[in-house]
Design a protein around this ligand. Structure first.
Ligand code: GLA
Length: 373
């Protein structure tokens, strides 16, 4: 298995769009290491759309943009590897990529071989300009087969935005992760919409083919390609908590060269990352609540629960849950000892339930130990 837990890393798209080049990639690699993000597990550096020339060469191979990548991709991959990181690249199953660069339709095997030769470790594979007469699942299977035969371990990151019932077929394509939603933007509305879209999808997440809720906007503060209104730090923390609780791949989207200490503290919270990376990878489930105010939980490998109490609404919420909704009823003689992973506050549930106030747009993320009463 190429990846046992959801990949963590950084992707160029949210901040830089197609304005990427060798210098940026090297600086981002340096920053991932120097900021300590790499030590927290963020080790995939992914170049998104916009890295190539507009035409293939005479052998139908993709050509890196001569100005952005004057030395080609191999030396960039070597540099990224020298920092202990892995390099990701981007293509698309249609005639062209979403930003209108050449894509891999009918060149799947050539492209997989090219990526392998360059030393690429991860391929994000988009869904734009897909021929109408070709089912997406066949095209993804084609690239999945090409990658599985290219002679190098390359993570296959499907990006079909949940279209055409992606959840029903994606695991048959060899994909290691799959985008379940449309694109994220750096707005609270976008975070809310992507969160709500998860409700019917819990059952389709699973080991080895992780549900990718899209790249993080944490720390963008309205700057860059998908910047827009920006969010508050509380909203970024809620966003990060939900993605980690669900076990989404965590791909940072802000400029890691210029992170504030507050943003670094969100992205580097090791206890929250440990929830995301929990090796059991059990399904997250709704304990109680509705789309706007809810408690979601996940049983972890060591028997603890991760519990997210989330208030997406604009008014304060007196949140509570019954332990019986997690299978722990009166006959069990058990309660929770809980640690809130943002404040470090330790607390205990009562015998049957737990209650706490949650401010608008805020959340509490607990790790709860099941203890005898
Ligand atoms: C699509 C994807 C984004 C990004 C862009 C690049 O919109 O969903 O994540 O890769 O294409 O053009």
């Amino acid at each position: 298995m190429i990846v046992k837990t959801p990949p963590l890393g950084w992707n160029t798209w949210n901040t830089f769009g197609i304005n990427i080049d060798e210098k940026l990639i090297k600086e981002a690699a340096d920053a991932l290491v120097e900021t300590g993000l790499a030590d927290c597990g963020y080790n995939y550096l992914v170049m998104d759309d916009g890295w190539s020339e507009h035409k293939r060469d005479e052998n139908n191979r993709l050509v890196p943009d001569h100005v952005k990548f004057p030395n080609g991709i191999k030396p960039v991959a070597d540099y990224v590897h020298s920092k202990g990181l892995k390099l990701g690249m981007y293509s698309c199953c249609g005639y062209q990529t979403c930003a209108a660069f050449p894509a891999s339709y009918e060149y799947e095997f050539i492209d997989a071989e090219t990526f392998a030769e360059w030393g690429v470790d991860f391929l994000k594979y988009d869904y734009c300009y897909k021929p109408n007469n070709e089912p997406g699942q066949l095209l993804y299977r084609r690239m999945g087969t090409a990658l599985a035969n290219c002679g190098r371990d390359i993570v296959f990151s499907g990006c079909s935005w949940g279209a055409d019932n992606t959840h029903e077929w994606i695991k048959s394509t060899g994909a290691h992760m799959w985008r379940s939603t449309g694109d994220i933007f750096d707005t609270w509305d976008s975070i809310k919409a992507l969160t709500k879209a998860q409700n019917p999808l819990f059952a389709y997440n699973g080991h080895g083919c992780f549900n990718d809720m899209d790249m993080l906007v944490v720390g963008m503060r309205g700057k860059g390609n998908v910047g827009f209104a920006g969010c508050t730090d509380v909203e970024y923390r809620t966003h990060f908590s939900i993605w980690a609780l669900c076990g989404s791949p965590l791909m940072i989207g802000c400029d890691v060269r210029e992170m504030s200490p507050e943003i670094a503290a969100i992205l580097k919270n090791k206890e929250v990352i440990a929830i995301d990376q929990d090796p059991a990878y059990n399904q997250v489930f709704r304990v109680t609540g509705d789309e706007d105010r809810f408690v979601w939980a996940r049983l972890l490998a060591n028997g603890d629960y991760a519990i997210g109490m989330v208030n997406l609404s604009d008014t304060p919420w007196k949140a509570s849950f019954a332990l019986s909704d997690m299978g722990i009823n009166g006959t069990c003689k058990r309660k929770f000892e809980m640690k809130e992973l943002w404040t470090g506050e330790e607390t205990s549930s009562l015998e049957g339930y737990f209650m706490v106030d949650i401010a608008p747009h805020d959340c509490k993320l607990y790790r709860a130990k099941v203890v005898k009463i």
